[in-house]
Design a protein around this ligand. Structure first.
Ligand code: GLN
Length: 358
């Protein structure tokens, strides 16, 4: 049996069974999702994290590329009670260490008590506890990954749905899940995917009907350029955001963000819409949250478990954001109408922009 050790912040080491070799370090988090492991493992928002699945059996319906949200696995390592060979082989081929046969209830309880924490992992024929502890020692705080956007963004502009007759979207790619783009293209939008550090001129050259800030990994405080884009465009152009995007929009408009203890990661987070009184089940993956939205934004939706802001509306400006993942993938599709609402908001703008008859 291949040896496997995971070292938690504070030095507690847990032994398991090696399933994919290698050493790694990252912020230890857990998801409660019981399906959707292909989507979660390819979600760029897990960059620089080590993902623990609390559901005990992962991989029982194989690995299919059409489910991927990006072209590679993003967590630095994977912990599970039981991983199937399909998933273990996939992770090995991606160079992502994985272990199973450990008590993931213990790991999840530690994270819930102590918060998302630094972690080191070592898996292989000859590895020792010390190898996992050395990784832990070298692990950085998530907020110290200041260039994390560059690790996950496109390098060049990509256009999806070219020639579609719907709205034009400038999607700032801070680590966007593929299904955000496809949800927009399915609704006839032409989506210009721009790098996370795109300039005001880059966005102007697209002349978008809506500026859309994507999800992404790490601390929203490390996305200053995206914050300045929202500041530059919000008076004249509708603005939308998902997850990291909500946090960036809030920071741009006078709000603040903070780190949560262990965050929300799963596919059954209940969210209350304050206007309609309707509760929807949502997919989530975040460790930061909007603390104060600021005067320019009002909270439209809250998390039923802890009252944190799940949706923000502009008070004067056309702004619509969600902390959860309305595109699902994985998870429930209760919230896909967010994309209709965003494109309707964008359409109102493009109609305003039509020159008056003379
Ligand atoms: N899915 C996301 O966009 C995550 C946002 C941010 N990195 C957080 O952890 O809160």
């Amino acid at each position: 049996m291949t040896a496997a050790y995971v070292a938690l912040e504070g030095g507690h080491v847990i032994e398991g069974r090696g399933r994919a070799p290698g050493t790694a370090r990252g912020e230890l988090v857990f998801t409660t999702a019981y399906t959707g492991y292909e989507e979660s493992l390819t979600d760029p928002s897990y960059e620089e994290q080590i993902l623990t699945f609390s559901y005990p059996l992962i991989g029982n319906y194989g690995v299919r590329e059409e489910r991927f949200e990006d072209d590679r696995v993003h967590p630095r390592a994977v912990l599970s009670r039981e991983l199937t060979d399909d998933v273990a082989d996939w992770l090995e081929s991606e160079g992502v260490p994985a272990m199973d046969h450990l008590d993931t209830r213990e790991v999840v309880t530690d994270i819930r008590d102590e918060g998302a924490m630094k972690c080191g992992i070592a898996v292989g024929e000859d590895v020792t506890e010390e190898d996992a502890l050395a990784e832990l020692e070298a692990c950085k705080e998530m907020s110290d990954h200041t260039e994390i956007g560059a690790q996950v963004s496109v390098d060049e502009v990509e256009v999806h749905g070219a020639g579609n007759d719907g709205e034009t979207v400038a999607l700032i790619d801070c680590g966007a899940k593929g299904s955000i783009t496809s949800s927009l293209v399915e609704r006839d939008a032409e989506v210009h995917v721009l790098p996370y550090d795109a300039s005001v001129e880059d966005v102007e050259s697209v002349d978008p009907d809506v500026l859309f800030i994507s999800n992404g990994p790490g601390d929203p405080a490390n996305y200053e350029q995206a914050v300045s884009l929202v500041e530059a465009f919000v008076e004249d152009t509708p603005v939308a955001g998902i997850c990291l995007g909500q946090q960036i929009v809030a920071r741009a408009l006078g709000g603040t963000t903070e780190k949560m203890t262990f965050g929300h990661r799963g596919v059954n987070q209940p969210v209350l819409d304050l206007d309609s009184g309707r509760v929807v089940m949502t997919t989530q993956n975040h460790g930061y949250t909007v603390d104060e939205p600021g005067d320019a934004l009002e909270v439209s939706q809250i998390n039923v478990n802890d009252d944190t802001p799940e949706g923000l509306d502009g008070v004067e400006y056309d702004v619509l954001t969600r902390q959860y993942h309305p595109e699902a993938n994985p998870g429930p599709e209760d919230t896909l109408d967010f994309f209709d609402d965003v494109l309707e908001m964008a359409g109102d703008r493009s109609q305003r922009a039509v020159p008056a008859d003379d």
